[in-house]
Design a protein around this ligand. Structure first.
Ligand SMILES: [Zn+2]
Length: 115
């Protein structure tokens, strides 16, 4: 495995800033589109006609079971952006965690070399 050079300290500051920005809007779940029948038995959706939709539906796992909710049209853009932020947050956290580990190990090495 090739060893990458240590990240500059500014990278850690940038990551912490980015993580805070992402965390403010992050939403957990995955979005899909569904088509539904409505409550009106005479409607086309109960016959051969097309069903209503697409409706944005978000599912997420919590307490071991999957839950979900429909998203109203005027919230879809924000929900989508939130889900993307959650994913970007995971990437940023992983990179930060690697830098944190290197910092801890580096400090331990320094303590060892300067008794
Ligand atoms: Zn209908």
């Amino acid at each position: 495995m090739k060893k990458s050079p240590p990240a500059p300290p500014e990278r850690r500051t940038d990551l912490l800033r980015e993580i805070e920005r992402l965390a403010r809007v992050a939403i957990f779940g995955s979005a899909s589109e569904t088509y539904r029948t409505c409550g009106n038995p005479g409607c086309r959706c109960h016959g051969p006609g097309p069903k209503h939709g697409p409706h944005m539906y978000v599912t997420f796992r919590g307490d071991g079971k999957t839950a979900g909710y429909y998203v109203p049209a005027d919230a879809q853009e924000d929900i989508r952006a939130g889900i993307e932020a959650w994913q970007a947050l995971q990437v940023a956290l992983r990179e930060l965690a690697v830098i944190n580990k290197e910092r801890v190990l580096e400090r331990a090495r320094e303590r060892k070399s300067t008794p």
